[in-house]
Design a protein around this ligand. Sequence first.
Ligand SMILES: Cc1cc2nc3c(=O)[nH]c(=O)nc-3n(C[C@H](O)[C@H](O)[C@H](O)COP(=O)(O)OP(=O)(O)OC[C@H]3O[C@@H](n4cnc5c(N)ncnc54)[C@H](O)[C@@H]3O)c2cc1C
Length: 805
Amino acid sequence: MKAHVQVAVIGGGVVGCSVLYHLTKLGWADVCLIERSELTSGSTWHAAGGFHTLNADPNMAALQGYTIKLYKELEAISGLTCGLHHVGGITLADSPERMDFIKAARAMHRHMGLDTQIITPEEIKKLSPIVNTEGILGGLYDPLDGHLDPSGTTHAYAKAAQIQGAEIYLRNPVSDLTQRPDGSWDVTTKNGMIHAEHVVNAGGLWARELGEMVGVFLPLHPMEHQYLITDDLPQVFTRDEELPHIMDPSGESYLRQEGKGLVIGIYEQDCDPWALDGTRWDFGHELLDNKLDRIGDSLEFAFKRFPCLETAGIKSIVNGPFTFAPDGNPLVGPVPGLQNYWSCCAVMAGFSQGGGVGLSLAEWMVHGETSRDVFAMDVARYGNYCTKAYTRNKVRENYQKRFSISYPNEELPAGRPLNTTPVYSIWQQQRAVFGQGYGMEHVNYFAPEGEPLLETPSFRRSNAFSAIGKECHAVRTSVGINEVHNFGKYLVTGKGARAWLDGVMAGKLPQLGRITLSPMLSPSGKLMGDFTISHITEHEYQLTASFGAQDLHMRWFEQYLPVPDVVLKNISMSRIGFQIAGPKARDLLALCTRFDVSHSAMPFLSVRKMEVGQCDAIVQRVSYTGDLGYEIYVPAEQQVSLYHTLANAGVAFDLKPFGMRAMMSLRLEKSFGSWMREYKPDYTPMETGMDRFMDYHKDADYIGKAAALAELAQPPKRKLVSFMVDVIDADVVADEPIWKDGNVVGFVTSGGYAHFCKQSVALGFVPTDMITEGAAFEIEILGEMCSARLFSEPLFDPQSRRMQG
Ligand SMILES: Cc1cc2nc3c(=O)[nH]c(=O)nc-3n(C[C@H](O)[C@H](O)[C@H](O)COP(=O)(O)OP(=O)(O)OC[C@H]3O[C@@H](n4cnc5c(N)ncnc54)[C@H](O)[C@@H]3O)c2cc1C
């Protein structure tokens, strides 16, 4: 065993072995894997071995595609077989909603280059005669689906890594991790100490325990999962070809051929989180007791869908645990708050995702960033709001919904409410319908009297449509009020604050009392954030960005700290308040303060400290609605007082509350982008139009400067543009393909209905040479080709007189 390594990967499941392989692939050979027992000793050995590309996030789906294509490479390098069966797979749809779901997935796959197809019940029957297609409307066929040998594949990763220089230490549990002052780790193992510059937690079923060793809770939980293997069946062994996989969402089951019989696995509603208080260290190659009573209903359903199962003998039953994060995606990347400690766990589909996960983590470690945006699986997408119980509730819900339709407007109920602001009950009294982001409740819209306090999940326009329209109208014609709690906010203070910010932000910094908007870039020139920077007092700046990116941004900032005379604080939860927006917003504010808020005293993009009502407020004249607007921030404990001040004065202007749905509709009328839709680490300033906020040639050597200047010299081949779309009852959501002359030429980032302008709008990327005013395109929405016309002037107030006047 080596005494010193560059990286110690802890855990020899499929994920740890993939990380090890990819580190060597990218050129880091001084790496080792430490395994408690034998390779595959956690969830890996009893996996059903299925793989597929379907994922709601396009980058995750692409990484799954990478994983599947990698197996041939592994076989070639290692000389071992992965036991591949590329048999294809069909996801069944037995209702119009499920047809919408698979059509939306198919559309997303088009711009990703994945060759899936919508097929008819007859085609399903032809591909898989064991399916009873009664009630089936169609299916999504994916030729890449298949299955493999979990143990063979894990060993192929391991052997390939060893061939490329890695070492593997088996039967050697890690019992402690101690950090040295330089950030490296002393890894205590049964067979002695290893000094490692970096450690990777690939502990699978024990990832929680490996987190606890360094004082962090990783939001994941193991769930029990069962599959059955049948005896040989004539419907199977009389065929020349292997049957394709069948995913039957209504039956919560997946089914595939195993030898001359079948395997059927069930994601049952009556499911069980496993090992509530931690995974036993001596849990070995064990299976859990069968719990067939729990899957009785699902099996009955399966007997109807696959009649040959009814009389099949059961050869064996597998009940094993594996881990999930609250949203079912992995937890990958540098763990916020720790140095050189990397997470690579909660991988619930190791054979679909393991390759992509290993590649991404290795890129992150070796190059400092990943080649594509991986926020969907970044460990930093969760914050410390994720308690153990909340995680468990969400994981259970995720398991239950594994095969449910995910609607774009759906708000999942488990574990809610968790975090609320002081005005939560005031909104409740006003019939608020809430959503949740990063653990925090926010109002989506206000349901009119007599309507349900629930938005119908749908791919089409929902029951909330007209209520949202009325909220937009109230803003545009008088004044509306909305909470600003769900922004991430950071206070940067100290004599060194300005110089530090100048190096971190790529835009111009504001003068005292002013606000600027600024991109934050990665070294390769990708967008890491879109910030509002407010210069409040001489050495005091407030940064505002996406609420859900708090851990991402704090982790990023901390990479560039400490610096003398700079203090950074996350104040997202302590400084909250409201925005007021609309033509009467200034009149309303003037009634609530003795401070001069006239245009000359407080122009667009200015910030002032003032008392509003009885509250100590920071007031920013900015607007995401595209209207005259102010954001008023106060200490959290004064939020209710501020509300009453604004609400009482607002009576004179018929002040109306509005929710996030209305805000997102209003921003479309100005073609304003939003974080993780139009702006994310996949895109650059010039691609997204964020170049207008860049200060390319400033003196500071800001992060990403060289890449930004290179882009300036060689403009990008694609750009973000807006479209007016002719639709019937379904607007774009995201990832729909954009067509021109029969070819897919781009993709949608977001959109929806711009209620005040009465226009369905889409934002998306197309090749730069196709961008001309009024150019005709088509956007595929739920399988329908919708005409789309490119436009460049905002639909509402193109001269920005309202916002800036
Ligand atoms: C019944 C069932 C069916 C499944 N079917 C599929 C399927 O069809 N397709 C699919 O893609 N996925 C499937 N899965 C999920 C799949 O098994 C997991 O995604 C995958 O195994 C996760 O691998 P891992 O490497 O992250 O974790 P694990 O396999 O749990 O590996 C973790 C490893 O870390 C080691 N370790 C932990 N702590 C220490 C320590 N302190 N010191 C040293 N070593 C340590 C453990 O011994 C273990 O070997 C299934 C799971 C189950 C339970």
